[in-house]
Design a binder for this molecule. Structure first.
Ligand SMILES: [Zn+2]
Length: 325
């Protein structure tokens, strides 16, 4: 069973980053998830490049999460998408003509911008895969001119929205593979979107399907962790994909912290391919204690290897004068 850790911390202090990655690796993690927001990369491209290289040097594979691109995905900051702000014409329009704060994934200019961004990140930075964090479901039926043109039958627009979400995701994942055939693709759903997990798991260029089992944040009973987890693991197995279950080790008060053990046991009973959690993530009453508990719970996982091997660095194309070691 593999371990993935989300590292949503700044890369500005290399020594701190090095210490953190060593700790994450020593815990048995194989990969980390880093998130980038549209506004960030242009201001600290060197820090991003160095931080991601440090992860690979520590033997960790790097998944990049597209933080709030088009406001279609989640991200560590609650900042709105710069693209959507600058291109209000790309926004979803409901049946009353009201615009919503997300770009329509059928909007040609938005799509081609997003795919170019993915190509840019994959060919510029040391990245092993792209992760989509809580993609927005087809909850609002879009009546924008593009959707109307693509689906002239108004009564079919709702179903069209669902079909075109799958088409958008499929094209996005194939864009990743076209740019770098070794890059991995993953998607992490919210429990309320599990109704689509079977269709999503069938997308040909998708490698990993996951779920945020955040019972406490979603105000659900802790017993829901297991049925949610099983749904994902079964869908993934059926379609030969990897499953990834996320453990809520953030936003916990003292009582929530007491439930970590129970949540983790429920998650393990689902037998996923991967368990994922956060490195010192937000809003815990006792951050140190939550992290130490997380580490000790992870020690329960069956390990595939007894000693660590540092993965060779992947070559980084397109950075002039860069030493590839
Ligand atoms: Zn639309």
């Amino acid at each position: 069973m593999d371990i993935t850790v989300a590292y949503f911390h700044p890369f500005l202090h290399p020594e701190t980053v090095k210490r953190d990655f060593e700790q994450i690796r020593a815990m048995g993690a194989n990969s980390i998830v880093c998130a980038i927001h549209e506004q960030e990369e242009q201001r600290w491209s060197r820090d991003l490049e160095r931080g991601l290289s440090q992860a690979q040097d520590a033997g960790l594979k790097v998944y990049l999460s597209l933080g709030r691109f088009g406001n279609l995905f989640a991200g560590p900051s609650l900042m709105p998408s710069w693209y959507t702000f600058r291109h209000p014409e790309s926004r979803v329009k409901d049946r009353h003509g009201r615009s919503h704060g997300i770009s329509c994934y059928n909007h040609e200019a938005f799509r081609s911008w997003l795919f170019k961004e993915i190509e840019y990140y994959l060919s510029t930075y040391p990245i092993n895969g792209i992760m989509l964090d809580e993609p927005r479901g087809p909850d609002i039926t879009c009546f924008c001119s593009v959707c109307r043109a693509l689906c002239p039958d108004i009564t079919d627009l709702q179903n069209f929205r669902r079909r075109s979400l799958l088409d958008f995701l499929s094209e996005l994942f194939s864009c990743v593979k076209r740019t770098d055939q070794d890059a991995k693709t993953s998607i992490v759903l919210l429990p309320q979107d599990l109704g689509m997990v079977d269709e999503i798991a069938q997308l040909p260029h998708l490698d990993t399907v996951g779920c945020h089992l955040f019972w406490q944040l979603l105000d659900e009973d802790v017993s829901m962790v297991e049925p949610w987890g099983r749904t994902v693991v079964e869908a993934a197995r059926l379609h030969n994909k990897r499953s990834q279950l996320w453990f809520q080790n953030f936003h916990l008060d003292a009582e929530g912290e007491q439930s970590l053990d129970q949540t983790f046991s429920g998650l393990l009973r689902c037998d996923p391919d991967e368990v994922a959690c956060y490195y010192y993530w937000r809003n815990n009453v006792d951050p140190e204690s939550v992290w130490q508990t997380t580490r000790s719970l992870m020690r329960r996982l069956p390990r595939r290897q007894l000693h660590w091997q540092t993965h060779p660095r992947i070559p980084v194309p397109n950075i002039v004068g860069k030493d590839e070691n």
